[in-house]
Design a protein around this ligand. Structure first.
Ligand code: ATP
Length: 242
């Protein structure tokens, strides 16, 4: 299948009871680009990703992938459409080994394409040697940082069109974060992957992103090129914390 992975979020709203977590959010993320979603705690970043991937039901608005309307579709349909969600520090299957978890990601990719993938298992182990060392261990024995590596590795093995990353730097050593970001940049540049990168660490997110959206209390308060956002002193002080 073609990587026609432009992600278009239009007027998306979501509520938890009386709490409006997303309020008419418009965001687009293009293939071959890293789009950062920034904002303080509680701005609605996690809810945005959960609504896109079908884990939270939006109350209004729409989600389109390459023009295909996925609004309100079950999470499984959205995953099969090529949107891989890497939740914040969760999502490993603790009863399975590290390698079995990774093979599940590769299986999803094979199921989507109808043919075997290029098998990036070794690449994942190269990127995260801790996972290679523990490939036969059950995932419950992993540290928080190692679990984070495992869910990211599994998502990459599914060869998605769109990668939704929720705070991927959390719990990882700075050296591993740098390596991970470089690998994501490579994938985006070489394969036209669409990445929506949620980070509280706005400074490092903007250093690899192409464009960014800033959320505050569920609303988009700024949208611009990454360099432009990073250069805006008022915006940085008000919303980005650096
Ligand atoms: P964080 O970085 O802390 O995850 P965030 O920007 O991702 O922050 P969300 O987690 O999406 O923000 O939260 C947005 C708003 O929705 C907040 O006011 C939060 O308290 C509320 N919220 C999030 N999850 C729930 C829930 N399950 N039930 C009720 N309110 C929720």
């Amino acid at each position: 299948t073609e990587r026609s992975g432009a992600l278009e979020i239009r007027g998306l709203s979501a509520r938890y009871g009386p709490v409006t977590a997303l309020d008419a959010v418009d965001i687009h993320a293009n293939p071959g680009r890293i789009t950062a979603v920034l904002g303080a705690n509680g701005a609605g970043k996690t809810t945005l990703l959960r609504t896109i991937s079908g884990l939270v039901r939006g109350s209004d608005g729409s989600v389109l992938l390459g023009g295909r309307d996925l609004t309100g579709a079950p999470a499984e349909t959205i995953a099969r459409a090529g949107i891989a969600h890497v939740p914040e520090g969760r999502g490993v299957i603790t009863e399975l080994t590290v390698e079995e978890n990774l093979r599940l990601g590769a299986l999803l990719g094979t199921a989507r394409r109808g043919s075997a993938g290029r098998g990036r298992l070794d690449e994942v182990y190269d990127m995260f040697p801790a996972l290679g060392d523990r490939r036969r261990r059950e995932a419950h024995s992993l540290s928080g940082g190692e679990r984070q590596m495992l869910v990211i590795g599994r998502a990459l093995l599914s060869e998605p069109e769109v990668l939704l990353l929720d705070e991927p730097s959390l719990g990882l050593a700075p050296r591993v974060v740098a390596q991970l970001f470089a690998l994501i940049r490579d994938l985006v540049d070489s394969e036209g992957l669409t990445v929506l990168l949620v980070e509280q660490n706005a400074r490092s997110a903007l250093s690899i992103a192409d464009t960014g959206f800033v959320l505050n209390l569920g609303r988009v308060v700024a949208a611009a090129g990454a360099a432009e956002l990073a250069a805006d002193d008022d915006l940085r002080h008000a919303y980005l914390g650096f």
